[in-house]
Ligand binder design. Structure first.
Ligand code: NAD
Ligand code: UGA
Length: 442
């Protein structure tokens, strides 16, 4: 089947390459000519494991092309809308200008029988506002939200947990068209939920809101553990053994960031308020507040350990919002680095993949690519993105380079005993000061 993918960022570039790998003929459209040139040359414009290889392979096979010209989508039966829906510059609401621009450009080139499949995460009610214009062109609009995680994006696209199709009233044909696109996933037993446009939009923001709530819940427990003298890791292990709770997404630490969870809960909160369901929005505002408190808390921990930040050399391990990504959108690591710098610290940031993207948004910080060079002369080391190379770093080697052996573990991944034996003073977010943890297990 011939399909188009409009908007080739983290979601769209992966979706385009994955659809081509399933045997479809794919044209990807983006307004950014530099991005299009990179993709057309088989290079991902951001870091996502295995994406370069998939782009190059499907491109060589002649099934994947990229363009800036929306006219080139003519002849495709399904058009996936994958443009960004970031937070607005002046409020917590979603900025829908890119979605609006796509509909304005796409509707005139639609052909009767086409299916427009929205994948961008949008406030409830957005899709309904575009049904009439799409149907006037003889086409159909469905909402088909995406649940992939960065770092696992190809795997999640090819083997999703579920497929959700939101259909407009009276649409008896689009589900079969999407079934043909996703035949491989459906044959493998992927559950498929067919619903209305409104529910499909809500499923997506509800899923991200639940994940954010789970993280903030465990971080609220971390706040309690810190003052009461408990250990949040052991607490999470213990409650996570209840299958109704589950251990996933109970990773306490500096909290969630990225291009989706933070902006999606804020947009949900605004939309709930607009619709008169403000208490649902209130829940998510608290989730956001707990999350942001974690960032301030790490800064306080470092300040307390050093007895002041002005002039102190602080090395931040990590800039990406999570490992296996170069994405720094709303990154807790970069935010903490900036807070430390504005409190007067001399901050050095290192990251295996995200230095270029971090430098673009925070040019005033000092970036050092090599871990040992970054730690040389540090008064404190703060781990904020749990890259394996930081988790597994040798505390003896690093201890020989640092000025003072003070480490703050903002992701709870370091081997505390090994660092203490190497002479480091170790502060672990979510644990009381002092050796802590599992006394007996099994
Ligand atoms: P992104 O900013 O990485 O990519 C958006 C792309 O759209 C950019 O390349 C931009 O140049 C392009 N674009 C903007 N206007 C355009 C237009 N008029 N025509 C064609 N292209 C245009 O954003 P993203 O992270 O890929 O997110 C896209 C959407 O998918 C968002 O709604 C997001 O919430 C959702 N989502 C993202 C992920 C993820 O992991 N990043 C996962 C699930 C859902
Ligand atoms: C998230 C969702 O997991 C995807 O299902 C969704 O499709 C996507 O948002 C989206 O809508 O864009 P992603 O942002 O790639 O995916 O990353 P996650 O793995 O969810 O991590 C988000 C943040 O939460 C990271 O900063 C991570 O460090 C943090 N996190 C995660 C924790 O602090 N604790 C945890 O236990 C898990």
């Amino acid at each position: 089947m011939k399909v188009s993918v409009i908007g080739c960022g983290y979601l769209g570039a992966v979706h385009a390459a994955a659809m081509a790998s399933l045997g479809h003929e794919v044209v990807g459209v983006d307004v950014d000519p530099i991005r299009v040139a990179a993709l057309a040359a088989g290079r991902a414009p951001f870091y996502e494991p295995d994406l370069d290889e998939l782009l190059a392979r499907t491109g060589r096979a002649g099934r994947l092309s990229f363009t800036t010209d929306i006219e080139d989508v003519k002849g495709a039966s399904v058009h996936f809308v994958c443009v960004g829906t970031p937070q607005s510059a002046d409020s917590d609401a979603a900025d829908l200008r890119y979605v609006e621009a796509v509909f304005a450009a796409l509707v005139p080139v639609l052909q009767p029988g086409d299916v427009v499949a929205g994948k961008s995460t949008v406030p409830v009610g957005t899709a309904e506002g575009h049904v009439a214009e799409v149907e006037a062109a003889g086409a159909r609009l469905v909402w088909n939200p995406e649940f992939l995680r960065e770092g696992y994006a190809i795997r999640d696209t090819l083997s999703p947990d579920r497929l959700v199709y939101g259909l407009a009233p009276g649409d008896a044909t689009s589900a079969a068209v999407l079934d043909a696109v996703y035949a491989r996933q459906l044959d493998a037993g992927t559950p498929r939920i067919v619903t209305d446009l409104t529910t499909a939009e809500l499923v997506k923001v509800a899923a991200n809101s639940f994940l954010a709530t789970k993280i903030s819940f465990i971080n609220a427990m971390a706040e309690l553990c810190e003052v009461a003298g408990g250990d949040v890791g052991t607490l999470a292990d213990a409650i996570g053994l209840d299958p109704r709770i589950g251990r996933k997404f109970l990773g306490a630490g500096v909290g969630f960031g990225g291009g989706c969870l933070p902006k999606d809960i804020r947009a949900f909160s605004v939309r709930a308020h607009e619709l008169g369901a403000d208490s649902a929005g209130g829940l998510l505002r608290e989730v956001d507040a707990i999350n942001l408190r974690r960032r301030a808390h790490v800064v306080d921990l470092v300040q307390n350990e050093l007895g002041g930040l002005v002039g102190a050399r602080v090395t931040v391990l990590g800039a990406a919002f999570k490992p296996d990504s170069d994405d720094v959108r709303d990154s807790p690591a970069l935010d903490v680095a900036l807070r430390l710098a504005s409190a007067g610290a001399d901050v050095v940031v290192t990251d295996p993949r995200a230095i270029d993207s971090a430098r673009r948004v925070a040019p005033g910080l000092t970036y050092v690519a090599d871990l040992e060079d970054a730690v040389r002369g540090a008064d404190a080391v703060v781990l904020l993105t749990e890259w394996p190379q930081y988790r597994d770093a040798d505390p003896v080697r690093l201890g020989a380079l640092a000025s003072r052996r003070v480490v703050v573990d903002g992701r709870r991944v370091l081997d505390r005993a090994a660092w203490e034996v190497a002479g480091w003073r170790v502060r672990v977010i979510g644990s009381a000061d002092g050796p802590m943890g599992i006394l007996s297990a099994g």
